[in-house]
Design a binder for this molecule. Structure first.
Ligand code: ATP
Ligand code: MG
Length: 325
């Protein structure tokens, strides 16, 4: 069986970028009966940037709630917290001993975060190694991610290949799965939408917040009457993910004709996104009131996932010369 694995950080409220770039593919893959699916909440990773216990706890549960509300089916997919499988930290240590400094120094995600003013602790620097352990410990074949994670999956492959060259075929070398049209969803400031960049359109914000976030999308300064180019406009870009072909064509025509302002376009986008989310809100609110239901899913997921992790860890420990007994 092919195993699909993907993780998501509880570093903030999940957003349209996470949904279109990752979560949607994760949920759609549930139609594939012949795949194993492992989805985890990367709370070890979030400690690199979030030293606030109450907030980390809340955001962790919120990621689970969001997945469950959007349609994660625990019968078809495992959903679990990274910290429920602490073996992954041991594998990360082993991999770290195979990770050249230069390889990690080249990682753009780290460089971008530092450039944005995030303080660079060793965890943030070593993040791709822990991520490699996340993938390798479950013998994952496929890793569906947004293109920002492409380089990290490359690092993972490099490390797996290096370990295999040293000890023989030990680890499954995974492939990233990147859907090009949703590879980088822009945020309200036009940069990659990211929890840590404060430029997100959240999935389960209140309607009022949702509207506010959408209205804050940056556009060029063309006036109401001027014709506009839909192909360079992020409002249009987001609209096209939620509208049908006729609506998209109609919107493009309005842009080109003039007399249609960005405010109008944003309102139309708000209505589409709001209508898309509406059916999921009840379930989300229900889970908000019933954390026990969320915990049950996470506990069950961890139990299964950990079995695989313990097997892999034993195999790797044996191979590198640690004495299992
Ligand atoms: P952080 O700012 O903490 O890195 P993030 O918003 O980038 O958070 P991650 O948890 O790093 O989210 O990523 C979760 C998944 O969502 C990954 O598969 C990632 O590739 C995908 N993803 C994140 N942002 C986008 C985006 N703007 N467009 C497409 N996919 C995205
Ligand atoms: Mg990210």
């Amino acid at each position: 069986k092919k195993r699909v694995l993907s993780g998501i950080q509880p570093s903030g409220k999940l957003h349209l970028g996470n949904y279109l770039g990752a979560i949607k593919q994760h949920l759609d893959s549930q139609a594939q009966a012949d795949w194993d699916r492992y989805f985890f909440i990367a709370n070890y990773h979030s400690l690199t940037t979030l030293p606030d216990a109450a907030e980390l706890r809340e955001r962790t549960l919120d990621v689970a709630r969001t997945y469950l509300a959007l349609g994660l089916d625990p019968e078809k997919s495992l959903l679990f917290m990274q910290t429920d499988v602490p073996e992954v930290c041991e594998l990360a240590w082993i991999l770290t001993c195979f990770a050249p400094m230069g390889l990690l120094q080249r990682c753009t995600s780290y460089k971008d975060k530092v450039a944005r003013g995030l303080s660079a602790n060793h965890g943030l620097f070593a993040y791709p190694v822990l991520q490699a352990a996340d993938i390798l410990i479950y013998d994952s074949h496929l890793v569906p991610v947004g293109s920002d994670q492409k380089q990290h999956v490359e690092v993972c492959r490099d490390l797996a290949i290096k370990v295999n060259q040293t000890y023989g075929e030990l680890l499954v070398v995974p492939d990233p799965v990147i859907k090009e049209d949703v590879a980088v969803i822009p945020g309200t400031d036009g940069q990659k939408m990211s929890k840590s960049y404060h430029n997100t359109i959240e999935l389960f914000a209140t309607k009022k917040q949702l509207k506010k976030q959408i209205m804050s999308i940056v556009t060029d300064s063309k006036g109401l009457e001027e014709p506009k180019d839909p192909d360079t406009c992020n409002v249009f870009r987001l609209y096209h993910f939620f509208a049908n072909a006729d609506e998209i064509a109609e919107m493009a025509q309005k842009y080109r004709a003039g007399g249609f302002g960005y405010g109008h376009a944003k309102l139309a986008l708000f209505e589409k996104v709001d209508a898309f989310l509406e059916p999921y809100r009840d379930r989300y609110n229900h889970l908000l009131e019933h954390p026990d239901e969320v915990m049950d899913v996470l506990r069950q997921g961890a139990k299964e996932a950990r079995k695989t992790a313990i097997e892999t860890t034993r195999r790797v420990r044996e191979a590198v010369g640690f004495i299992n007994h």
